[in-house]
Design a protein around this ligand. Structure first.
Ligand code: TXA
Ligand code: MG
Length: 344
């Protein structure tokens, strides 16, 4: 039996999956149904696109998305681009493009352009980094399009490289760096564009270019018949998403990342909310406490983080105490986010 057949016959069981992982590490595959099985089980597959290879997870599965951050060793939760094969499918998931974006999509999608538009309830916080907007893209690559058309979910995918290193443009590049840590690399040859997509935001009145990339500003201007606003550019040297600035994120209730004991002059314990990693605070009222992961699981903690901050805020206490996590694994990105949300 081939690995693909084993995996399919395994259904949701773990025995064959474990064997698959054991024997097939560093595996470059061409079988789309195998890629689909791995993704459906919440594992990661590196996929080819025309720009660069992406490290893909089921965008509706927050725990799978958390693995992207773990494997890339990303110190921050940057929002991720979600990929599918048609605008109709995005519309079915509640994501709609305004008129000017539709003009660009008609001219350049599938292609190296990403649209930032209002998000929908289907999209987990870990994909949008808690923002009300989502970035969508239809990649122009036959293998990616064939895979996406077989999935009943979009794929969240940043470039398939360790944080801070160069984006990969061949399956071998990806395999050399990440093969040990992901389900598979789907073979799609060398990327034709070799540069990440151009990102255009449609959330304010005028479209804005957020990242220069594989589609030129001139070609976008020509279709929209207007000059493009480049005042909010992010780039690879400074990959800070605009939404990561603390002013977009801070809860209304003052949030602190040091010990509750330091704040007894501002509030007593019954006036505090607490966000903890795996254990409750001994003094703060139980119903005012939100635990990110009782098992101390980083992926689960990441999955619950943004909702926890909103929930703590909704308690309308005098202040929120958030416990910083160990500085390892997703603890780094979670702490980054908590520090941004904290009172300076
Ligand atoms: O060509 C590409 O775009 C590749 C392939 C794999 O599709 N993907 C890629 O993803 O370059 P990544 O994660 O390396 O870059 C995504 C960029 C980040 O700079 C992020 O801040 C921005 O997109 N972004 C994502 N969602 C956003 C949002 N809702 N608002 C503003 N910026 C967003
Ligand atoms: Mg990247």
């Amino acid at each position: 039996m081939s690995f693909a057949q084993q995996l399919k016959s395994a259904g949701k069981g773990h025995f064959f999956w474990d064997n698959y992982c054991f024997f097939a590490k560093q595996m470059i595959i061409t079988d789309l149904s195998l890629a689909k099985s791995i993704l459906t089980q919440g594992q990661l597959v590196a996929i080819p696109t025309e720009t660069v290879y992406g490290l893909a997870a089921n965008a509706f599965d927050a725990k799978a998305v958390a693995k992207i951050y773990q494997v890339k060793n990303r110190p921050q939760f940057n929002p991720l681009i979600i990929h599918s094969n048609s605008l109709e499918r995005f519309a079915n998931w509640g994501i709609h493009l305004p008129e000017s974006a539709l003009l660009l999509a008609k001219a350049f999608s599938p292609g190296p352009i990403t649209f930032v538009v209002p998000s929908s309830a289907y999209i987990p916080d870990l994909v949008t980094a808690g923002q009300a907007t989502v970035a969508i893209r239809i990649p122009n690559h036959p293998v990616a399009l064939a895979l996406l058309s077989q999935l009943d979910f979009p794929l969240a995918a940043p470039s398939a490289n360790l944080s801070g290193t160069v984006s990969p443009t061949t399956a071998q590049d990806v395999n050399a760096q990440l093969g040990q840590h992901i389900g598979a690399v789907l073979e799609g040859g060398s990327c034709q564009v070799g540069l990440e997509s151009t990102i255009v935001s449609f959330v304010s009145d005028e479209p804005k270019i957020l990242r220069l990339g594989g589609l030129s500003v001139e070609s976008i201007s020509a279709v929209l018949n207007q000059n493009m606003d480049l005042s909010d550019l992010i780039n690879n040297e400074n990959p800070q998403a605009p939404g990561m600035l603390s002013r977009h994120y801070a809860p209304k209730t003052p949030l602190y990342v040091d010990a509750a004991e330091n704040h007894l002059n501002e509030a007593n314990y019954s006036e505090m909310a607490f966000i903890g990693f795996s254990q409750k605070h001994p003094e703060i009222i139980g119903s005012n406490q939100i635990i990110l992961s009782e098992n101390g699981d980083y992926a689960e903690a990441a999955q619950n983080l943004f909702a926890a901050i909103r929930k703590a805020d909704a308690l309308q206490m005098k202040l929120i105490i958030a416990e910083l996590l160990p500085e390892e694994n997703l603890g780094l990105a979670i702490n980054d986010r908590l520090k941004r949300a904290a009172v300076k």
